[in-house]
Design a protein around this ligand. Sequence first.
Ligand code: NAP
Length: 250
Amino acid sequence: MSEFLSLEGRTALVTGAARGIGKAIAKTLAARGANIVVVDLRMDLAEEAAQEITATGRKAIALEADVSNQESVKAMIKTALAKFGKIDILVNNAGITRDGLIMRMKEADWDLVLDINLKGAFNCAQALARPMMKNRYGRIINITSVSGITGQAGQTNYSSSKAGLIGFTKALAKELGSRNITVNAVAPGFIETVLTEELPDEVRDISLKLTPMARFGKPEDIANAVAFLAAEESSFITGVTLQVDGGMVM
Ligand code: NAP
């Protein structure tokens, strides 16, 4: 019998995996036995992440792609499939913020956030849907946010993109379930990464006060939830949004 939550023999593609939560997800899935495709725009950091994984005995490659660009995603997926033969697990993690009150938000900042956070997940899932359907196996995990559940002032673009991802997760779960492909979302609360380190102290203090577990999350907290949803043992869980937020939103 294989180890509980083993990912031995699986290949996972993680977007935005050069740093932060994505990197922690890539390393955690590798530690459970998966080979990894590290996808990012930042190739220096992506190569470093792939090397760290290779050093642990798993196969890993770093591929450059802008997830908001369909042609870039198609070319990257083609290379990944040529290298590994199959992708079993897709983690749509790449995401950005361009915060601002709606009165001052530039159209370009609305478009960019929606294009990367929401259309990026569509581009990657669409490119992998057919090969996963042929294999009769797949795990698609979308990294959303508690901001997509509660809404956040100053984040109409980001909250919309993350709420959109939750709807996308449910619709795709219904489309692909009969082919043994699950589609789930993970909604992080406040996690300490580059994305959050620039926030003003008062925002950090409020977030901490709202978190019953009385600490900020670590990228590994999210990675562990993703590893659970990626495993064979989670095969009857689909269309859900798993909050990993220390109890911030309930
Ligand atoms: P991060 O440290 O900024 O990492 C995001 C990674 O995605 C970066 O390496 C970035 O590359 C890459 N990326 C950005 N745009 C891309 C594109 N178009 N194509 C490919 N890669 C791209 O962010 P994080 O905090 O780890 O967040 C990861 C995910 O968790 C995001 O979806 C975020 O919305 C979500 N999340 C985070 C928190 C939190 O508290 N940190 C909370 C809720 C949800 P560059 O360096 O080139 O930009």
